[in-house]
Every structure is written in C-alpha cells, then in structure tokens.
Design a protein around this ligand. Structure first.
Ligand code: BGC
Length: 329
C-alpha cells in the first residue's frame, strides 16, 4: 500500500511516501535527500516498533550534515583523503568538511537536495527518486544521474537500489546512512544487540582522521571479529586502536535485521558521536543509540589503487543494491 503526503516547509514542498506490506511492516521515505524517515515492523510481541532513528521534523533534514540520519549519501560515502583525487591524469579538489579530508562528499551532500520522483509503482510497493548532478557538482567530474529506489517486499525486505550513469569517469560510492535500533528508535543503547558480521577483513586506519592505511587486515584475533554472533558492547571498549570507529546488532524486541549487498564493503558505525541529538517525538539520541551498516566501497578507495575501484566508468550504466530484511528471531 502506498500513501503520499505533501509537506510545506519554509524552504520547499517536500513529498513523503509510506509503503506498507501485508505483514504490517512499513517504510516512510522522503524526496528530501531520498531519505529513509521510518522503518516500522512488529516485534516478537507483535507491537510495532520504528527501528530507525530520525529527526523530529522534516525541516531538520535540511540541515542533515552532521548525523546523516536516514540519508542517501553521495556521490561518495566516507572519507576522501585531503579531499583530493586524480582520474585519468586530472586532479580534483572537493570540499574539506572534516579537517583536511572530505566526509560523505562535503557540505553540499545529496541528502540536502530535493530529488525528483522518478517512478511510483504501487503494485510492487516501489518508489524511485532521481537526482541530476551536473559536472563540477561537489567538485566531481562528469554529469551524473543517480536514481535511488526503495522497495518493500512481502518478504519484509527493504530493497535499496542505486542506478547510475555518468558521461565521464567519476567516483561513486553511494550508501544509506540509517541508524537502526532494533528495540525501537527510543530504546537507548544498542550495545546489548547481538551482531554477526560476515566480514573476514577490515581496513585499519592510520590516524585519528580515520583514513585507511591501505592494508586489508584479517579480523581474526581483533575486536572486529564478529563472524560469530556477539553483543555489540562486548568488545567495544577494548583497548584496540581501531575501535573508535566501528562494531554492531539486536535484543529486547527480538527484531532481526539481515543485510545483503553487492557493494564490496560495509562501514559498521555504532553512533559513537551521537550526543543527545533531538529526534522523533522529542526523543534525544545519545552515544550508541543506533548503529549503521553503511554498504559502500572502502573508505578513500579513489586514492588507494589496490582497493576495489569506486570509479563509475563513463557511459556505463551501473547498479548496486542493498537489502535490509526484517523479521523476528
Ligand atoms: C562515520 C562517522 C561519522 C558519521 C556521521 C559515519 O559513516 O564513520 O565517523 O561521524 O558517519 O557523519
């Protein structure tokens, strides 16, 4: 089922769309930033829980440059060292919004743009948003058209699709930056959630700026080894340099979230920098009140030749997909 709502803000008219399936799972997405605003699903007692954190009003999403709640991040998620890179012998400078580096594509991220509604398919519970990002946008080469689609299936899968085409080679590493709290968005810390992450390697960072060294290291014997289920909180305070960035999953509600993707990497971010951010229904979100499983190319891939290439080749239609599937354990 599909419902649309127009909201007049001081800046523009924003359209929010709710898609619901027969199992009472629903998502609400917005054309402002192609953002996921809510993701509701029944818990083990059949009580509906909204499992993503978010802002209290749509107006707040016009300033979503810090937490990136629910955002479609583009062109490139994560860090680009010194906010600089070269493609085909030409060097490009993009915005520095985290020290000398670029985080999530800088101050004018795609999450702040009003996307066009490209298609609405009620029979498949699917909506697709489109953004035309001209040559030079955010400092990147090439005219890029990016479509982000959300589909809610009867199998309780939220399928997020990315379709991109550019007229020049350009870096592209889109992600969705939703923070989940599987006990419900207002339930506090996620540290007692269980997490199993099928990642046998990770990318150590060189310094406090979170730029990878380039090494692809084995998770064995490190707190990042979550290949067997453990609580998120279990190793998170261990004295291990890389831990300031990562670790994540779910306990009281019994809600289970499975993630699938054809992107090569995932940034597991445990909301360490949430600092009593005002959110939905006057809830205030503190440190580790949500976790993100941001599927993407590895951080700084554009400057690390042996990482899987994040370059979208000119005139080559490319698609990526991430699936978040909910149920009860
Ligand atoms: C990064 C964090 C950052 C957060 C919000 C995550 O992807 O890893 O360092 O604080 O996004 O910007």
């Amino acid at each position: 089922m599909l419902e649309t709502q127009q909201i007049d803000t001081s800046k523009d008219t924003v359209t929010n769309i709710t898609l619901s399936n027969k199992s009472h799972t629903s998502i609400t997405v917005s054309n402002l930033g192609a953002t996921l605003l809510s993701f509701k699903t029944p818990d083990k007692k059949s009580k509906l829980q909204d499992i993503v954190i978010g802002f209290g009003s749509i107006e707040d999403y016009f300033n979503n440059t810090d937490t990136y709640f629910g955002a479609s991040v583009g062109r490139v998620a994560n860090r680009t060292e010194n906010a600089r890179f070269s493609i085909n012998g030409e060097t490009f400078q993009i915005g520095q919004n985290e020290g000398n580096n670029n985080l999530h594509s800088g101050p004018d991220g795609y999450q702040l743009h009003l996307w066009k509604i490209n298609s609405l398919d009620e029979s498949n519970n699917q909506i697709s948003f489109k953004l035309d990002s001209p040559e030079g946008d955010q400092g990147y080469p090439g005219n890029l058209t990016l479509k982000v689609s959300y589909q809610l299936t009867e199998k309780n899968e939220l399928k997020i699709g990315y379709k991109a085409i550019s007229d020049k080679d350009t870096p592209l590493s889109p992600t969705n930056h939703s923070y989940s709290n599987l006990n419900g968005h207002a339930s506090g810390s996620i540290e007692n959630h269980q997490l199993q992450l099928q990642a046998s390697t990770y990318t150590p960072i060189k310094d406090s700026e979170s730029i990878p060294t380039g090494e692809i290291a084995d998770v064995g014997g490190t707190p990042f080894d979550s290949r067997t289920s453990k609580t998120i909180g279990c190793d998170i305070e261990q004295d291990f340099e890389q831990l300031q960035l990562a670790t994540a999953i779910g306990d009281k509600s019994g809600i289970k979230l499975e993630t699938f993707t054809n992107l090569p990497g995932v940034q597991f971010y445990t909301g360490n920098f949430l600092n009593n951010h005002p959110g939905k229904f006057q809830v205030s979100y503190g440190k580790r009140h949500g976790f993100c499983l941001e599927t993407q190319f590895f951080p700084n891939a554009i400057n690390t030749p042996h990482f899987s290439s994040s370059i979208l080749k000119a005139s080559t239609p490319t698609t990526y997909q991430t699936i978040y599937k909910v149920g009860t354990a």
